[in-house]
Ligand binder design. Structure first.
Ligand code: HPA
Length: 262
C-alpha cells in the first residue's frame, strides 16, 4: 500500500478522470499507461459493483498527462457519502488540479434521449447526505456556485463541436440508490428543474471543490428515468447503454485534452 505521489515514476498528471459505469474504453485510450490496481494505493476504494474496474491508469490522453480512475465507490455501497474522499485527497496530494467526473444517468427529459452525453451545469443533492459532514473545519463551508467550472464547460462545448458530438447540458440530481427512483420521484425532479438523475458524482464534486480542484462532469444517458414513457431502469441496461456511449466519451475527452492550453 503506498501513496499515489510515490508511485508516479516521474509522471505529473494535472488532470484526473473518474469513469462511470462501463466507460472503461476511455481508460484504454490512455497511451503508455502506468496501471496501478487500487488495492496497492492507500485511500483508493475497492469497487464491489460490476461494470466498475478498480484500476488507476496514468498516461497521456490527447497529449496531456492524466490519471484515469476506472472504478469508483458509491455511497450506496456503505452509507458513507465521503467514500471517495481519500482517493480524491490522494489525487490532490499528487498535484492534480482538475477533476473530470463521468457517470451513467437516467434522463428526465425526452429531449435528452438514451445515448446522449450531457454536461452538468449544476446539481441538486437529493440524497440527503453530504461528504463534508463531521469534518469540523471552517473550510467545509464550500461555495458550490459554479461548482462545474465555467471555463472547463466552455472548453467541453468547443471540443464537442469540433468532434461533431451533440453535447446536451443540464442539472444532475443525486439520489442515493441503489434502488432506482419511483415515477413519482421522477415527476418531482422534473418539476424542480432536474435534467438527469444518478447515484454518484455529486459527493465527488463537493469533495473536490473543498480541496480547491476545478471540476467538470459529463453524464452518459443510459435510459429514460422511471415512468417516463413507461421506463423501468435496470443495472443491466445501464451497463449495456453505458458501454455503447463509451466511444463518444473517449473522443470528446481526447479532444478536450488535446485542445487544453495548460
Ligand atoms: N436512475 C439513477 N441512476 C441511474 C439511472 C437512473 O435512471 N440510469 C443510470 N444510472
Amino acid at each position: 500500500m503506498s501513496d499515489l505521489h510515490q508511485r508516479l515514476e516521474g509522471r505529473k498528471p494535472k488532470f484526473a478522470i473518474i469513469l462511470g459505469s462501463s466507460l472503461g474504453d476511455v481508460a484504454e485510450a490512455v497511451t503508455d499507461p502506468l496501471v496501478i490496481p487500487y488495492a496497492e494505493l492507500s485511500g483508493f476504494p475497492l469497487p464491489k459493483i460490476s461494470g466498475h474496474a478498480g484500476k488507476l491508469y496514468v498516461g497521456k490522453l490527447g497529449g496531456k498527462e492524466v490519471a484515469v480512475l476506472a472504478g469508483r465507490a458509491h455511497p450506496y455501497e456503505s452509507g458513507n457519502a465521503a467514500a471517495m474522499r481519500p482517493a480524491i485527497e490522494q489525487l490532490h496530494n499528487a498535484d492534480v488540479t482538475t477533476l473530470v467526473l463521468t457517470n451513467a444517468a437516467g434522463s428526465l427529459k425526452t429531449s435528452i434521449g438514451p445515448g446522449s452525453l450531457m454536461m452538468l451545469t449544476d446539481h441538486i443533492n437529493y440524497a440527503g447526505m453530504n461528504p463534508l459532514i463531521g469534518t469540523h473545519s471552517d473550510a467545509d463551508f464550500v461555495s458550490l456556485t459554479d461548482a462545474y467550472d465555467p471555463g472547463l464547460r466552455k472548453q467541453l462545448l468547443a471540443a464537442a463541436k469540433k468532434e461533431k458530438i451533440p453535447l446536451k447540458q443540464g442539472v444532475y440530481c443525486w439520489f442515493s440508490g441503489p434502488s432506482f427512483e419511483t415515477p413519482a420521484e421522477i415527476r418531482m425532479m422534473q418539476i424542480v428543474g432536474g435534467s438527469a438523475v444518478g447515484m454518484s458524482t455529486v459527493p465527488e464534486t463537493i469533495i473536490a471543490r473543498r480541496l480547491g480542484l476545478k471540476v467538470c462532469a459529463i453524464s452518459t444517458v443510459t435510459n429514460l428515468a422511471a415512468g417516463i414513457k413507461g421506463a423501468s431502469p435496470s443495472h443491466e441496461e445501464t451497463k449495456r447503454e453505458g458501454a455503447k456511449a463509451a466511444g463518444k466519451m473517449r473522443r470528446l475527452l481526447t479532444r478536450f485534452f488535446k485542445d487544453m492550453k495548460a
